[in-house]
Write a protein that binds this ligand. Structure first.
Ligand code: ATP
Length: 461
């Protein structure tokens, strides 16, 4: 089947409890989404799969979880206060506002003809708030627009408390906030989202190779969890597109918009992997400075520590370079949903199935009684569910709210890899049917063998 478009995913997400519009009960709040019972499991599994591969399965990583509210100075010296903006234009006719670099100049204005835009001006994307009971300029704080800055300002804390040697990285998953001018495309562009970010510190000189390696490691992470390589693209930014501090950036793009005619426009960023050199550690360092685009320098007059590293081999202090793989949790979750969505004809019906990697599936096993009014069958089914959940740790559910055919379809739609059915034969020989989501084949398995049978197929769940 061709790639699925966003509308089908949005409809499935609402129907099956993956995502609801934020504040829906009161008409919504633009740019926010609430993850429902299936969505929270999927999103948690995405984050867990990232943390597992990026932190636990490597020997050169530490984790971190920083506060979302940040001292204004963090975002002053990072450059966000001055430059974290998108170009905004107003239409003089309909009074609506648009992001200048995203707007189609031929778009129709509701007041007739095309829009009549003002000159673009910068609009800062950070959410401002005040901390404490006095709301004046001295108490301004920002909700972080990315998780990265928390990692940079904790570089020394992590280094001193772990005795790490270069190269090593710090990983963080958490919420970020951007007052996007035009949030759109479901959870692709929102105002509250989550990021999974790594800052990987290396000796200057080792940065190019580390950057290349991270690009391929991150690309492989997506494919190892089932994304089709044909739906991913690497886009090395051209020199003129790079942020002024970046030596190189490669974006990892996913085919979020398969219905667009022009193939290159079908792809958009799910993650960026940047070589940021020593820019961030220098701007947050005591005695360091922020260098803005165009060369203006702002000396750091507030930082307490020097953010450097003593290199025992060369016997001197150095400022490490940093490689930053920065992924959005929500965009990644959307990519996994889109890539796993299939519609197929089964007899006269259309079967919708999410062929999610089992590690990502919200539910690993559904236990279904063939007859819901039969105590013997129901008790065994509930017992199996309990054992698989408690002893094996797989997210399992018991469901008897419909006929077996309907229950299978429901589990297919949320991507449950296995359904176990307890029937009359179970009462005689203590076996059950195990149905495979992808092939729909059924196998008779002894209840006692279920943990071994399933663990072979579920793997690292
Ligand atoms: P874009 O160009 O699409 O606005 P960006 O280049 O500003 O994205 P980064 O600052 O590199 O994004 O952030 C890293 C990642 O965080 C992105 O690749 C994306 O997955 C995610 N992200 C950024 N902004 C948003 C948003 N408004 N909604 C959802 N995810 C986002």
């Amino acid at each position: 089947m061709a790639n699925v478009d966003l509308d089908k995913i949005i409809s499935l997400c609402k129907r099956r409890g993956f995502l609801f519009q934020g504040s829906e009960q009161y008409g919504g709040l633009q740019g926010t989404w609430d993850y429902g019972p299936m969505g929270v499991e999927l999103k948690n599994n995405v984050k867990r799969a990232w943390w597992r591969r990026m932190v636990y399965e490597r020997d050169d990583m530490e984790g971190l979880d920083c506060a979302i509210m940040m001292n204004r100075l963090v975002l002053k010296y990072s450059g966000h206060e001055d430059t974290f903006s998108d170009p905004l234009v107003d239409c003089r006719k309909c009074k609506k506002r648009f992001r200048a670099d995203h707007v189609d100049p031929n778009e129709k204005c509701q007041e007739g003809g095309v829009h009549d835009f003002t000159e673009p001006r910068p609009f800062n994307l950070m959410f401002k708030t005040t901390v404490g009971p006095i709301a004046d300029d001295n108490n301004i704080a920002y909700l972080r627009p990315e998780t990265a800055q928390g990692i940079f300002i904790n570089f020394k804390n992590v280094l001193d408390s772990t005795n790490r040697k270069l190269p090593f990285g710090i990983a963080q998953i958490g919420k970020a906030y951007r007052n996007e001018i035009t949030p759109k495309n479901f959870i692709f562009r929102v105002r509250e989202f989550e990021q999974m970010e790594i800052e990987y510190f290396v000796k200057p000189g080792a940065d190019d190779q580390a950057h290349e390696k991270w690009v391929s490691d991150r690309f492989n992470w997506y494919t190892s969890l089932g994304i089709k390589p044909a739906n991913l693209k690497l886009y090395p930014q051209k020199k003129e597109e790079l942020a002024h501090y970046a030596k190189a950036t490669t974006d990892i793009l996913y085919r979020f918009f398969p219905d667009r005619e022009d193939e290159t426009r079908q792809f958009d960023e799910v993650e960026g992997v940047a070589n940021r050199t020593d820019f961030d550690l220098t701007c947050h360092s005591k005695g360091g400075k922020l260098v803005l685009k165009g060369g203006v320098e702002i000396p750091n007059e507030h930082a307490i520590n020097k953010l450097n590293y003593f290199d025992h081999i060369d016997n001197k202090h150095i400022v490490p370079y940093v490689i930053e793989p920065s992924a959005g949790v929500d965009r990644t979750t959307l990519a996994f949903l889109m890539d796993s969505y299939f519609e197929e004809q089964v007899k006269d019906e259309t079967r919708v199935v999410l062929r999610l990697h089992p590690e990502l599936s919200p539910i690993k096993v559904a236990v279904l009684p063939l007859k819901k009014n039969h105590d013997g069958i129901v008790n065994i089914a509930k017992e199996i569910k309990g054992t698989l959940q408690k002893s094996c740790g797989w997210r399992s559910v018991y469901d008897d709210t419909a006929g077996i055919g309907k229950l299978y379809r429901r589990q297919d739609e949320i991507g449950t890899p296995f359904c176990i059915t307890v029937d009359f034969t179970t009462l005689e020989d203590k076996t059950v049917t195990v149905r495979d989501r992808d092939t729909m084949t059924q196998e008779r398995v002894a209840i006692a063998d279920l943990p071994t049978y399933l663990s072979k197929r579920l793997g690292n769940c």
